[in-house]
Each structure stands twice: as structure tokens, then as C-alpha cells.
Design a protein around this ligand. Structure first.
Ligand SMILES: Cc1cc2nc3c(=O)[nH]c(=O)nc-3n(C[C@H](O)[C@H](O)[C@H](O)COP(=O)(O)O)c2cc1C
Length: 224
């Protein structure tokens, strides 16, 4: 493992070319997940260890993770996912979209069809529920668990693995929770299928330029 638990590193010890490339190219992977190559559990644990460094409000340490490897459980979870994904994706496909939107829709449909085949599913969890919280507490609640999900994706990406952040199974959270023995006081916040990446390059994630999406001092006053 990286030895991050005990090592202190100098703050300028980064190769920006590498760290920027990681941030620019960590994408949601669906069609390029290798369904045939097993993912060693130790690698997932290393990535969870790295992801657990993400910030959390009040340093509450209320996050857990579930790795699902059992083929029957994966099939049942995938069936729950499909119950929600199929109508959602059908409805989205009826809306006229651009070429990128069409690619995402086709990729999302592929994942839905093949979800049970993924080598591992990873479900990030929080030990409590957000339903009764007000806006700031709810924001802090999600903000204390979701950054770790993104760190987990980047840790995977650095090791040649891909994943896709999904949420559609959450409409069957109770049923999936029961399957996995998760108490109903615990919240599932996502489901990440994980596998080795089958391509040999990652393109840059397309997004609008920072100056276009950033305001300075006044709403509507762009940075450029
Ligand atoms: C909160 C969240 C929920 C998402 N839920 C799903 C999902 O249920 N199924 C899916 O295929 N992709 C899901 N995605 C992935 C998005 O569709 C993806 O980020 C988008 O297509 C852009 O892809 P890119 O980040 O690789 O550019 C989700 C992403 C986020 C951040």
C-alpha cells in the first residue's frame, strides 16, 4: 500500500502534470469496464483507505463502505437497478439530445444491461439518515460522505481501474439494504461498479471553461 497512514509528504512533492491529468481524465466508465478480469480486494481496500481521507463535517467518521463480490447478490442488486434504470433511460432517450448525450445514454443502457457482470460493486454508506435535516445540516451531511466517493474513483483511475458513480438503485435502497443486511438507520449514497479499464487511453472529460461557469462578485458577471 501507499503508506499514507504514517507518512508525511512535503507539500510541493507533486508532479502537476500527473495530478492534473488524473483530475482531467477521471471519467465515468461503463462500456470499458472489463467484466472478465477479477479485481483484487486489496486494491479496493487501498482505494477505500485513500478515499477515507476526504473531509467530513466535524470529523465525525460516520462513513462505511460495502464491497459486493457474490454473484447472486450482484444479480439481485442489478435487477433492482434495472427496475429504475429502464424507465428512466427510456424516457431520456425520447428527449432529443446532442451526440454526446446519445453516447452517454447508450453507455448508461449498456451498464444497466451488464451491471450484474461487474467484478465488484462498491456501496458507500453513512451511519445515519438525512431525511429530517435542514438545508445546512443536509448539505454538511452529504458533503461529509460524497467527497470520498470521488476520491475513490480517482484512486481507482490511478491504478488502471474504472468505475461509474450511479444512484438509480437507491429507489430500492430498503430492498438492497435487506439483501446485504444493512440496518435501516444506515444510508446508501451511491453504487459504483468497478472493473479494470479495457482501453489504453482516457480522454479529457468535456466541460465548459472555468471562466464561463464562474461569476466574480455579482451573479451573471463572468470571470472573463
Ligand atoms: C450523483 C451522480 C449520480 C449518477 N447516477 C448515475 C446512474 O445512476 N447511472 C449512470 O449510468 N450514471 C450515473 N451518473 C454518471 C453521470 O451520468 C456522468 O457523470 C455523466 O454522464 C458525465 O460523465 P463524465 O463525468 O464521464 O463526463 C451519476 C453521476 C453522479 C455525479
Amino acid at each position: 500500500m501507499t503508506g499514507t497512514s504514517t507518512t508525511t509528504v512535503g507539500f510541493m512533492d507533486f508532479d502537476l502534470e500527473h495530478t492534473d491529468r488524473l483530475l482531467l481524465t477521471t471519467k465515468q466508465v461503463r462500456k470499458r469496464l472489463d467484466m472478465t478480469r477479477p479485481v483484487p480486494r486489496e486494491i479496493l481496500l487501498d482505494c477505500i483507505d485513500l478515499a477515507s481521507r476526504a473531509p467530513m463535517g466535524g470529523n465525525h467518521q460516520r462513513n462505511k463502505w460495502m464491497i459486493v463480490e457474490d454473484p447472486e447478490l450482484k444479480m439481485e442488486i442489478a435487477n433492482h437497478y434495472r427496475t429504475h434504470a429502464e424507465p428512466y433511460l427510456k424516457e431520456s432517450s425520447e428527449v432529443k439530445v446532442d451526440a454526446r448525450g446519445e453516447r452517454v445514454a447508450s453507455s448508461a443502457m449498456y451498464l444497466s444491461d451488464h451491471l450484474h457482470e461487474v467484478p465488484a460493486m462498491v456501496i458507500p454508506l453513512r451511519l445515519d439518515r438525512p431525511e429530517d435535516l435542514g438545508h445546512s445540516s443536509r448539505s454538511a451531511w452529504y458533503g461529509s460522505v460524497l467527497p470520498g466517493v470521488w476520491s475513490f474513483q480517482m484512486a481507482l483511475r490511478s491504478r488502471g481501474l474504472g468505475s461509474c458513480w450511479t444512484t438509480l438503485h437507491l429507489d430500492s435502497e430498503a430492498e438492497v439494504g435487506e439483501l446485504l443486511g444493512i440496518p435501516n438507520t444506515v444510508t446508501q449514497v451511491a453504487l459504483l461498479p468497478v472493473g479494470y479499464y479495457t482501453g489504453d487511453s482516457f480522454s479529457v472529460t468535456p466541460r465548459r471553461p472555468a471562466a464561463e461557469i464562474t461569476f466574480i462578485d455579482r451573479w451573471g458577471q463572468n470571470a472573463n
